[in-house]
Design a protein around this ligand. Structure first.
Ligand code: NDP
Ligand code: 8X3
Length: 254
């Protein structure tokens, strides 16, 4: 079997772009996400285009028992995972703390922190048994800075930043690499999800400047993964040229 990458949140955006890049680099893939139809379509396309093996597993990363059983039911040969991309994540709402939605908060915490933990717990044990592995955690500029109304999303990504560092320490004796990639503004379905389907509001986020595209982040992840065995990239913060901080974006008017 070729090398294997497991990508969470492969149905859209950065995860989907990672699937293309890893397939191009001849990795067999395990693709996960909730939308099974999108996973099936992507698997068919990648198999046809790159002649790689693609397994799909549709589950919600918030459901601990389902995450564990869906991953553990994979055949033994698929557990020889070289790379885990912990990408599934989202932001919901953009409200001041005193007006925040309890449901939005729980969705972000359960997906971005707990979902990432559930997947990592299972896969890191496989990696320890295999004697190799590289975990890529999708953080954010929101995990490095805090901006108005970003409160809980920022907190969830600060948690990813901490977990990235903690995982690296705990997995050090096993030679497992751990890397975080922290993007600035990437135009994906992210803002549409944040604004609950309001496409016009989502579009405004990227107006007047050139945002990153999902492929920019996928290629950055590939850069980290393709370093020699003795080199680990601890973390990379990747921004559009027009963005200096979470909130300083140079927009051209008109
Ligand atoms: P998209 O909305 O385009 O993709 C998000 C992916 O996460 C989808 O595949 C979605 O799959 C999956 N996902 C969301 N919730 C769950 C869940 N409960 N269970 C399983 N899968 C889930 O967004 P991006 O590609 O932009 O985001 C990818 C990652 O990058 C996220 O962690 C995000 O926080 C981070 N990020 C994004 C930035 C941006 O500007 N876009 C900047 C910085 C970081 P499905 O809905 O099918 O389950
Ligand atoms: C997504 C980027 O700036 O909306 O993590 O937090 S931002």
């Amino acid at each position: 079997m070729s090398k294997i990458a497991l990508i969470t949140g492969a149905t859209a955006g950065i995860g989907e772009a990672c699937a293309h890049v890893f397939a191009r680099e001849r990795y067999d893939l395990i693709l996960t996400g909730r939308r099974a139809d999108r996973l099936e379509k992507l698997a068919y396309q990648l198999n046809k285009e790159y002649n790689v093996e693609v397994a799909v597993s549709s589950f919600d990363v918030r459901d601990r028992d389902v995450v564990i059983s869906k991953l553990e039911e994979l055949p033994a040969e698929w557990k020889k995972i070289n790379v885990l991309v912990n990408n599934a994540g989202l932001s919901m709402g953009l409200d001041p703390i005193q007006k925040g939605s309890y449901d939005d908060w729980e969705t972000m915490i359960d997906t971005n922190i707990k979902g990432l933990l559930y997947v990592s717990r299972v896969v890191s044990n496989w990696m320890i048994n295999n004697g190799f592995g590289h975990i890529i955690n999708l953080g954010s500029i929101a995990g490095k800075e805090v901006y108005a109304n970003g409160n809980v999303y920022c907190a969830s990504k600060h948690a990813v930043d901490a977990l990235n560092k903690g995982m690296r320490i705990d997995l050090l004796p096993y030679g497992i690499k751990v890397t975080a990639v922290h993007p600035g503004a990437v135009e994906t379905e992210f803002s549409e999800v944040r604004f609950k389907g309001d496409k016009a509001r989502a579009k405004k986020v990227y107006e007047g400047f050139e945002p990153l595209v999902a492929m920019d982040i996928a290629e950055t992840i590939w850069f980290a993964v393709s370093r020699p065995a003795h080199v680990n990239i601890n973390e990379l913060t990747v921004m559009p040229t027009a963005q200096a901080t979470a909130t300083n974006i140079f927009r051209k008017s008109g």
